[in-house]
Ligand binder design. Structure first.
Ligand code: ATP
Length: 226
């Protein structure tokens, strides 16, 4: 399997995966996906709704509702010429949606050469030590960490040292290796979270601009998050 030292054929197409609860999807997710495609120059970016996020107590909307909102939102904001897709593989797997299982599965499907990026926000990276087999993630993919100003990276010295040890500073190196590096990425900040969206809806406050219209309509139609 790859690793930072192993060169991928630069003509092979890179794939980025952005997993999450998407409960519900909001503009922060979708804008990040669009900017990532441009910044990493990836051939494909898949949004993966989790069946059961291991570190969350549960989800408010059902898996199929979260998937439907994701598809609506993506269709509304645009999929970068077909480069951004929705991948339901975690919904079709039983049990909790562990990232290590997903990246292993995707790596087996795409072969050893293609650069594979697993993208997480800084809030998720802060809990990395609680992820199943987190030390093995880089065997299968690169880890791309998005800075979220409202939820900065706050991790233990162990994780900090691990991130620094694997940090890559040259985009070209990241793009031409299959796996094994940590890349820190700053996108246009959009300080929105699904938690804040759910709280606003529950309290009846306006959601100006946080959600694509079609997602807001779906939520209203299905009386979600009330
Ligand atoms: P919640 O508030 O329910 O925890 P969330 O808004 O953080 O949800 P998730 O579905 O958990 O959304 O997020 C999926 C991934 O997208 C996570 O890695 C998260 O850090 C990242 N993410 C979510 N919102 C943003 C945002 N506004 N900007 C950048 N990354 C984001």
């Amino acid at each position: 399997m790859g690793g930072v030292g192993q060169r991928a054929n630069s003509s092979v197409m890179s794939l980025a995966l952005l997993g999450g609860s998407f409960d519900p999807v909001h503009r922060g997710h979708l804008q990040s996906a669009q900017e990532l495609v441009a910044q990493l120059d990836c051939a494909q970016l898949a949004l993966l709704p989790a069946a059961h996020s291991p570190l969350k107590d549960g989800h408010c909307a059902s898996a199929e509702q979260r998937l439907a909102m994701l598809q609506l939102g993506l269709a509304e904001v645009g999929n970068c010429g077909g480069k951004i897709t929705v991948d339901r593989r975690e919904l079709d797997r039983s049990g909790r949606s562990y990232t290590i299982d997903t990246v292993r599965e995707v790596r087996a499907a795409i072969g050893a050469e293609r650069p594979l990026y697993w993208v997480i926000g800084s809030d998720s990276a802060s809990h990395l030590e609680r992820w199943r087999q987190w030390q093995h993630l880089l065997r299968y993919c690169h880890l791309v960490i998005l800075s979220r100003a409202e939820q900065p990276l706050q991790c233990t010295p162990t994780i900090q040292a691990w991130l620094e040890r694997h940090q890559c500073y040259k985009l070209a190196q990241l793009q031409t290796t299959a796996a094994g590096a940590v890349w820190h990425c700053t996108l246009s900040p959009l300080p929105i979270s699904s938690t804040a969206v759910r709280q606003q809806i529950a309290s009846g406050a306006p959601l100006t601009g946080w959600l694509p219209t079609s997602v807001a309509e779906y939520i209203a139609t299905h009386s979600l998050y009330r």
